[in-house]
Write a protein that binds this ligand. Structure first.
Ligand SMILES: NC(=O)c1ccc[n+]([C@@H]2O[C@H](COP(=O)([O-])OP(=O)(O)OC[C@H]3O[C@@H](n4cnc5c(N)ncnc54)[C@H](O)[C@@H]3O)[C@@H](O)[C@H]2O)c1
Length: 328
């Protein structure tokens, strides 16, 4: 987790509403970065328990060598409030992480926006509720935005930042800059169903379940294929750089076979067909979804190999955690 950045000017105080799986991890992250954190949950009792759990987790992370004692001290210094108004009254940033229930979000976001300072930014960690719907619960919605973290939030770098139509671009820029300053890797994405990450993750999940249902492989075998074949690339590259390096003509051919066997959902997209028609078949032709000079292409391929070799070594020290019995 990122240590204190003396140049960070905003936010100086964050309210975390909902101290469950996500709220606690995000609170630990903010505290580790040297930001004042006020935590609240559904009742004062639950809030007190959550604060104890936060301190226990940070100590556990330190015992495992993952955090310094200084950061443990910061996690132990997280403050609590007995209710939402008490947590947000002085906050620069309000992070809402209550359960995925639109009526509850309406109640919480409404009271946050009533009590928090007028210029406080309010974000929701919703995984799936449309940000435009949540924005309606907030007074002055130009300061409201989606901020979707991933579990475990302390260690997962990516955060989706999802503006609603009403969100001020200045607020989006400030959130992105802030997330970068605490070591996260934000991506600004549109307010479509599942945003980007859950849409992609669930497309993979559905096909994985179908492979098992069709008897092609056991859950363990599917997991092995994912993590050791194409998943091995994913810490470094996304689907566009990967397909550019493989060859878009190859992808088109494979998709045609998949469509024949598995149906319309594998139809090659028009944008892919057009690139292949134009001869933009990826790094080998100098352009695919992205464009590469000769020098960039050489660097990309060399850096790819360097990273894969390093990851191979890391996996020898930290192999996949092979636990769990196949019950299918
Ligand atoms: N769990 C995940 O992997 C994950 C990942 C990304 C986003 N999210 C989203 O984050 C949000 C929180 O999810 P979670 O997994 O942390 O849920 P959770 O159930 O672990 O935690 C929610 C917390 O909110 C508290 N709460 C309930 N009512 C409250 C109220 N009135 N005031 C204050 N606190 C209240 C609960 O007591 C609980 O501690 C959801 O919107 C979820 O979709 C979850």
């Amino acid at each position: 987790m990122e240590e204190r950045d003396p140049h960070r000017e905003w936010p100086s105080s964050v309210a975390v509403i909902g101290a469950g799986t996500m709220g606690l991890g995000v609170a630990e992250c903010f505290a580790a970065a040297g930001i004042r954190v006020l935590l609240t949950d559904a009742t004062p009792e639950l809030t007190r328990e959550a604060k104890q759990q936060l301190a226990r987790r940070a100590r556990g992370h330190a015992e495992a060598g993952l955090l310094s004692q200084e950061v443990v001290g910061r996690a132990e210094a997280v403050e609590t409030a007995d209710n939402v108004p008490g947590a947000v009254e002085d906050a620069d940033l309000v992070f809402e992480a209550v359960p995925e229930d639109i009526e509850l979000k309406e109640e919480i976001l409404g009271s946050c926006s009533e009590v928090a300072p007028e210029d406080a930014v309010i974000v929701s960690n919703t995984s799936s509720l449309p940000i435009k719907d949540l924005a309606e619960f907030v007074e002055r919605p130009s300061r409201f935005c989606g901020m979707h973290w991933f579990n475990p939030p302390e260690w997962t770098p990516g955060v989706e930042v999802i503006p609603a139509a009403a969100t001020s671009p200045e607020v989006v820029g400030r959130l992105v800059e802030f997330l970068r300053s605490i070591g996260k890797r934000p991506a600004v994405v549109g307010d479509g169903p599942g945003f980007v990450a859950n849409r992609l993750q669930n497309a993979l999940f559905l096909e994985a379940v179908r492979c098992v249902e069709e008897g092609l492989a056991s859950p363990q075998e599917v997991d092995e294929v994912v993590r050791s074949c194409f998943g091995f690339r994913l810490p470094f590259f996304g689907p566009f750089q990967i397909s550019d390096m493989a060859g878009l003509d190859v992808y088109e051919n494979v998709l045609d076979v998949l469509k024949e066997g598995l149906g319309e959902r594998f139809t090659a997209p028009e944008s892919l067909r057009k690139l292949v028609e134009e001869g933009r078949t990826g790094t080998k032709s100098g352009a695919g979804f992205l464009e590469y000079t000769n020098e960039e292409r050489e660097r990309l391929l060399l850096e790819r190999d360097r990273r894969y070799a390093a990851l191979g070594e890391l996996l020898e020290d930290l192999p996949p955690v092979d636990v769990g019995k196949d019950t299918s």
